[in-house]
Design a protein around this ligand. Structure first.
Ligand code: FES
Ligand code: FE
Length: 365
């Protein structure tokens, strides 16, 4: 095999038709990490999220269960919750003709319903969306028959860690949200995935990160360090912007995992970064072929979440800004005739070809 292998062609990152197919066959077909579950604590609390071309409502029921529904009224199709988040008292009520739905989705009231006694309240209830909870997040799938969650999400997330239990020791579901930063990135979602998968760029654009993780300056990504993570620099006391001390190691993180960084990609839209004292989790929401919203959460042990997190957050925030700027700088080149047939991957990026094969396979699927 040549040491240079081709990438996807430029139009794969710009063509609205290809993007629509990706929405259909990737984002609307696979599990999607949508909401941090403990943001919805009280019955009636809801958030709306974009998955592929759909808007979905995630709401906490009076029985404390989270449920998800398509954000579309069954009467004449009005959007039920136009807001990004909120809290309803007893029902979700459409603002058009006032059909009202219980938090379990059942249609409970419609003006003049007495004159329509035969209306089936379940049949005309809100349409449910498959929901699972893992790592403290609500994962949704729009497919009629979702892929197996254990295999396609948990299995995929843990296969690179060597020890499948490694991620459990961070107890991500018990951590508290310390900071959330939302990035509006003017780049195709695949450029962001590819960037996350390789570290050929680390020496060029991530001086702060390579100071803490010197192995990265060699150009090999964390995913190359299968099972053993990337070791902190000897002089780094913690995973912070200046290498100063962070917080105490999360209680169950093993000695082997201490002072190491692990990166995991859960296709299609989640990156998980594990360091001894916190977890950074990215979720991507592709809006257009050349625009992607990335929500990044910094999660800490509840005992430290009220402390000053700035130095801890700043390191990966800086990395995010550096990465997204590089992606934005790349996006215009995707429409250039210079990139009509794509570019090339060097050996330390060869694993990106597997991602390209996966995308092509899904689109053919
Ligand atoms: Fe919702 Fe008519 S469209 S009540
Ligand atoms: Fe990077």
């Amino acid at each position: 095999m040549s040491s240079l292998i081709p990438t996807l062609p430029g139009r794969s990152y710009t063509d609205p038709e290809i993007f629509a197919e990706e929405q259909r066959r990737i984002f609307e077909s696979l599990w999607h990490c949508a909401v941090r579950s403990d943001e919805l604590t009280r019955p009636g609390a809801f958030k709306t999220v974009r998955i592929g071309r759909e808007s979905v409502i995630v709401v906490r029921g009076r029985d404390d269960r989270l449920r998800a529904f398509l954000n579309v009224c069954r009467h004449r199709g009005a959007r039920l919750c136009p807001e990004e988040s909120g809290e309803v008292k007893r029902t979700i009520r459409c603002s058009y003709h006032a059909w009202a739905y219980d938090l379990d989705g059942t249609l409970v009231a419609a003006p003049n319903l007495v004159k329509m006694p035969d209306i089936d309240r379940v049949r005309y209830g809100m349409l449910p969306v498959h929901l699972r909870e893992w790592l403290g997040y609500t994962w949704l799938c729009l497919a009629d028959e979702p892929p197996d969650f254990e295999e396609s999400v948990k299995g995929a997330a843990t296969e690179r860690l060597g020890d499948p239990a490694a991620i459990d020791r961070y107890h991500v579901d018990k951590l508290a949200l310390g900071r959330r930063i939302v990035y509006d990135v003017k780049a195709n979602w695949k450029l962001i995935v590819e960037n996350f998968m390789e570290c050929y760029h680390c020496a060029t654009i991530h001086p702060e990160l390579t100071a803490v993780l010197p192995e990265f300056a060699g150009g090999f990504a964390a995913q190359y360090y299968v099972g053993h993570g990337a070791l902190f620099a000897e002089k780094a006391e913690g995973f912070t912007i200046d290498g100063s001390r962070g917080f105490a190691k999360l209680p169950d993180v093993s000695d082997e995992q201490d002072r190491r960084y692990y990166a995991i990609t859960v296709k299609p839209q989640v990156f998980i970064n594990l360091v001894p004292d916190h977890v950074i989790l990215h979720r991507m929401f592709p809006l257009e072929a050349d625009r992607t919203i990335v929500e990044c959460d910094w999660l800490y042990h509840p005992d430290v979440v009220s402390k000053n997190l700035d130095k801890s957050v700043e390191l990966f925030h800086r990395v995010n800004e550096q990465d997204f700027e590089a992606c934005e700088q790349t996006q215009p080149g995707m429409s250039s005739r210079a990139y009509r047939d794509g570019g090339v991957l060097v050996p330390s990026e060869h694993h990106i070809q597997k991602f390209h094969d996966w995308v092509n396979q899904r689109l053919r699927g």
